[in-house]
Write a protein of this length. Sequence first.
Length: 245
Amino acid sequence: MLDHLILNKTSIESIYKTIREYHEKYLKQFGVKLPKLYDSQGNFTKDALVLVYLTYDYPKTRIVSKEELTKFVRSFYPDTNDVQQARHLGAQAGWWIVAGGRDNIVLNIKRGSYQLYSLEQPYPGFKKGHRIAETGDWKKIKEKYNYRCATCGSQEDKPHFHWPGTKTILQKAHMDPNKPLVAVNIIPQCQKCNRGDRNRWVYDDKGRVIKLADANFVRNFDKEVREKIYRILYKEFNGRNPFKK
């Protein structure tokens, strides 16, 4: 088994060209950001190297450990300590890169490993304009909620209710993660609630869950709950096959 792939300049440029073609055809319209292949000094960028490495032999992609990615990047940047690009390229930049141990629903891989799932679909929940600068008066928004997390009630800069050894930090969170992060769609959430929910729910202005933001999340429910949901929907749609028009 190879310790890591050895890709020369020609191979990297060829794979990047494939990525660019898929991006132009499928992903650009969703606002997925294509990293530059070279920086201003003519060196490969780390983001491009990681994306190229994960795309190798697409669509027959491999499971790649963080250690393997780091070793590959070190062949261009010897002082690299730890490669974080795979995670950032996924949820933040919009590339559908599955991270092991993150409750993913399409691939079963171990924590600390990554695999590129598709170059034809963006990362689930990623929306064009997902992060924008215009977010209103953040101080006034927090003041409206008495500087508390809208979900768990922990107060800013005070010990967290559920993790008393942790100071509460309020973050701008989406009421509906399928809409832009603008003032009318912001609630304050502590770092624990905002990170833990991972864009799964839609909230009302009091921080209460009112529906799923991503229907695929029902696959993570236990079998008993999924059967109850199935019975409800089966009855509602009179047993109609959803794949038949």
